[in-house]
Design a protein around this ligand. Structure first.
Ligand code: GLN
Length: 518
């Protein structure tokens, strides 16, 4: 269990919303970090020899029957522990303090007064400091041995510690970026309290992984479903470096890709590309369009695209014959389940490919990116010399443009979206805004309206532009694109793309809308 060659901080998951962020922040200190359910036996945790343990937030109330808990021994193992929100409350509860419903709940950015500026976790941070709160309960009595190190107007114990036993607890969430010095506090914990030197680096990840893959796979045959997305591309390159021609990549062009995307993938991975692998491009556009004809219900569209994808892949796999390994671009967020769901690595890896393993004859799945977050995958990709335009791509949904065309999908509509989207992207790049938005695209609404062009009446489609800024893709704000850029995009779309006579800019945040249209 876990990653044994590196220093590790273990995050124990109590079902909080920001748990992956906790792990990310630790990784940002160059320290490996795994997330494990609170149900994981303490012995398994200790066997990983962690340098520190972080207890996350969670929806329960520690005093409620059946609330998620942990054993008291966790706190006497000598390993430094940091409890966050629910984790803080649990630490107090288990060690003899008291947690009760707070007279005044706190939610959002809150001013925190530091009472013990000498606390190791508050080094270099001035009081008061802004922290993110999200709790209904509070610590009403400290456990023996603890002292308060910070408070807020409504929360007498916003931070507590027992320096002797290396136990620390925050009622607030340092992992959330709204906590101004949250990263610094976590860094103090990981580096100064846990004594981690920071041995998790992406530059040697690639070399070490390639060596390990070589050893594992030897002369075996490997099959990879390449989507052209970041994860599968990086996985494919790692494998190609490890096994060369024994790797076959199958790229299914379902006709719902962005403009020129299929060619770009082929350019990088095909026979003129930089990698010595077998590349098969399947131009399956037609069969997808046939199956999608007349279907306008989003869930059915998604299903059809997923099923057809598997069918095409299966046909290709049969031609290749039995393979030893199937590559998956599974990344860490795919592996982690909520602490309340418990984790089961094997079940999850099958789910990830939407049933692929049932169709393909292979012995084992290899998932070289299983331990990495998206930003880490990107670093590895750049390190491996994969073109930046591929590595830094925005997330693109599996069903592709199929869900950016509201209503039924036709070849003509695909062309409209591809061309409009290409213009939008070009202008955003020109204006230097491509990094300001975390995801942006053009979609085709199912709306036709009356317009006038060249003095003639038109009755054509409306294109919607969408651009959002988000950190974690769970919530998103609309990116405020300057009007002149929007107007240029509008003008170009109307002039250059046939059958569009109106352009909308979607100003809805998530929630209530989603980032994608369908
Ligand atoms: N459920 C607990 C409370 O309401 C903890 C909340 C949290 O961890 N964010 O206080």
């Amino acid at each position: 269990m876990g990653n044994t060659q590196h220093e590790q901080v273990v995050v124990i998951d109590f079902g909080g919303q920001y748990n992956q962020l906790v792990a990310r922040r630790v990784r940002e200190c160059s320290v490996y970090c795994g997330i494990y359910s609170y149900r994981t036996p303490l012995k398994d945790i200790l066997d990983m020899n962690p340098k520190g343990i972080i207890l996350t937030g969670g929806p329960d109330s520690v005093y409620a029957p059946g609330a998620a808990s942990c054993s008291k021994e966790l706190f006497s193992s000598g390993i430094p522990v940091l409890g966050l929100c629910y984790g803080a409350q649990l630490m107090m509860h288990v060690l003899g303090g008291e947690v009760t419903r707070a007279p005044e709940r706190e939610y959002g950015k809150t001013e925190v007064m530091i009472d013990e500026p000498k606390s190791a976790l508050f080094q270099g941070i001035d009081s008061p400091t802004i922290c993110w709160m999200s709790h209904n309960d509070y610590i009403s009595k400290l456990a023996p041995g603890f002292r308060v190190t910070a408070h807020t107007k409504n929360c007498p114990a916003a931070a507590v510690e027992d320096e002797q036993r290396n136990l620390y607890a925050f009622q607030f969430h340092p992992e959330v970026l709204h906590t101004k010095y949250g990263s610094a506090m976590l860094q103090h914990f990981v580096r100064d309290i846990c004594g981690c030197s920071g041995d998790w680096r992406m530059d040697d990840f690639a070399e070490k992984t390639i060596a390990a893959l070589k050893e594992k796979i030897g002369g075996g045959k490997v099959l990879c479903a390449l989507s052209g997305g970041v994860d599968s591309s990086v996985a494919a390159v790692l494998l190609s470096r490890a096994v060369g021609k024994n790797l076959t990549c199958v790229f299914v062009d379902h006709g719902l890709l962005r403009k020129n995307e299929g060619d770009m993938v082929e350019e990088v991975f095909g026979k003129n590309g930089a990698y010595d692998l077998n590349f098969i491009r399947v131009n399956a556009q037609h069969r997808f369009y046939v199956r999608l004809a007349g279907v306008d219900e989003p869930e059915r569209k998604r299903k059809i695209i997923g099923e057809e994808f598997i069918r095409v892949f299966e046909e290709e796999a049969k031609k290749i014959g039995a393979v030893d390994y199937l590559v998956q671009g599974t990344i860490y967020p795919d592996v982690v389940e909520s602490g309340l769901g418990g984790e089961s690595a094997t079940i999850k890896s099958h789910h990830n490919v939407g049933g692929l393993p049932d169709y393909v004859d292979f012995k084992e799945i290899v998932e070289p990116l299983r331990d990495l977050f998206k930003d880490e995958v990107r670093k590895v990709g750049l390190h491996l010399g994969i073109p930046e335009k591929l590595v830094m791509r925005q997330p693109f949904p599996g069903p592709g443009l199929g869900i950016r065309i509201v209503g039924d999908v036709t070849m003509d509509k695909v062309r409209i979206v591809q061309d409009s989207d290409a213009i939008f992207r070009e202008e955003m790049e020109k204006a230097g805004l491509d990094k300001a938005a975390d995801q942006y695209y053009a979609a085709l609404t199912n709306l036709r309206t009356v317009g006038v062009m060249g003095d003639e009446r038109t009755y054509d489609y409306a294109v919607a532009l969408r651009a959002v800024s988000t950190i974690d893709f769970m919530t998103a704000e609309v990116t405020e694109i300057p009007y002149d850029v929007l107007k240029t995009v509008m003008n170009r779309i109307i002039n250059e793309v046939d059958h569009v006579n109106r352009v909308f800019y979607d100003i809805t945040s998530k929630p209530p809308a989603t980032i994608e249209m369908e």
